[in-house]
Design a protein around this ligand. Sequence first.
Ligand SMILES: NC(=O)c1ccc[n+]([C@@H]2O[C@H](COP(=O)([O-])OP(=O)(O)OC[C@H]3O[C@@H](n4cnc5c(N)ncnc54)[C@H](OP(=O)(O)O)[C@@H]3O)[C@@H](O)[C@H]2O)c1
Length: 328
Amino acid sequence: MQVFRDEDADPGLIRGRKVAVIGYGNQGRAQALNLRDSRVPVTIALGEGSASRARAAEDGFDVMTAAEACRTADVAVMLAADEDHGRIYAEEMAPNLRDGAALVFGHGLSIRFGLIVPRRDLDVVLVAPKGPGTALRRDYENGSGLIALFAVDQDASGEAQALALSYASAIGSGRVGILPTSFAEEAEADLFNEQAVLWGAIPELIHAGFETLVDAGFSPEIAYFECLTEVKLLADLIYERGIAGMREAISNTAEFGALKGGARIVDQDTRTEMRRILREVRSGSFVHELLEDARAGYPRLKASRARAAAHPIEEVGARLRALTKGKG
Ligand SMILES: NC(=O)c1ccc[n+]([C@@H]2O[C@H](COP(=O)([O-])OP(=O)(O)OC[C@H]3O[C@@H](n4cnc5c(N)ncnc54)[C@H](OP(=O)(O)O)[C@@H]3O)[C@@H](O)[C@H]2O)c1
């Protein structure tokens, strides 16, 4: 795979465009601040009554609605929540975007699953940083950056790829690497990972391990340290050395335990379920359920948040984290 860096990007391209960042949440704020520090002219678009308006104004940005911002923008960056993209694009952006403007996305979902069908005169590109906005901003300020994926869905101007690289470089990703993908690959792999590995499976595994130990009479504090705290150690080791390198860093006892236990927990049934999750993602049925929940005011998401907050691991965690903070 070809990896692009700052030297492959023309910084003047994005600096010469008026950029409207739609949304000032997790990604919107970080990308807007990085762009401005890279000398790109930026305005922020938010809903009329948005609570985030004050924050964007305090940060020194001009704030307007998406409809207003799109009338003058050369580049509109869609950083509202995915489930709101269809409505914001149809009602506020499509009628107002200038001929030949560019649309930048931070995630491929709304193009891959047809929430937005962009006007044919627009350039449509993806620049998806691989991490949260807090990390994107922190790394930029430290002189580094977050890896970003990029893709082109529509190239009306003939320079959509150059624009995507210039944008990715301006948010700091060219310092480490800008990797090519497609909207479909980025969206499908991301949705799969969120469910089957990262935010779905790993916390469930932690809950199950904690419950097994506590039900067997172990103290909740010991169960918490074993099943949750050490996840950070594992993540740091894997991040720095890979999985094989992590194995070298742990004791023979831990390594032999991994050999005995790992494949019994993640067995053929787990892999079958992973393939089912991937089919649900690809068929669009997951996105359909997400939009249904959003339309109903998120009853399923709210119930799941309440269940997670009420789990006994939270009370132990709050106590133990307070101890650590007290020491600092
Ligand atoms: N979070 C991540 O780590 C991450 C990483 C990579 C890519 N992405 C992608 O980045 C995009 C944004 O995600 P996010 O997590 O940053 O979202 P978020 O934190 O939920 O922020 C969404 C923002 O959109 C604003 N908004 C709502 N309606 C609007 C309207 N009509 N006009 C303008 N702005 C409006 C919201 O305003 P209020 O403040 O008033 O609600 C909020 O500021 C998504 O496509 C996501 O998939 C996210």
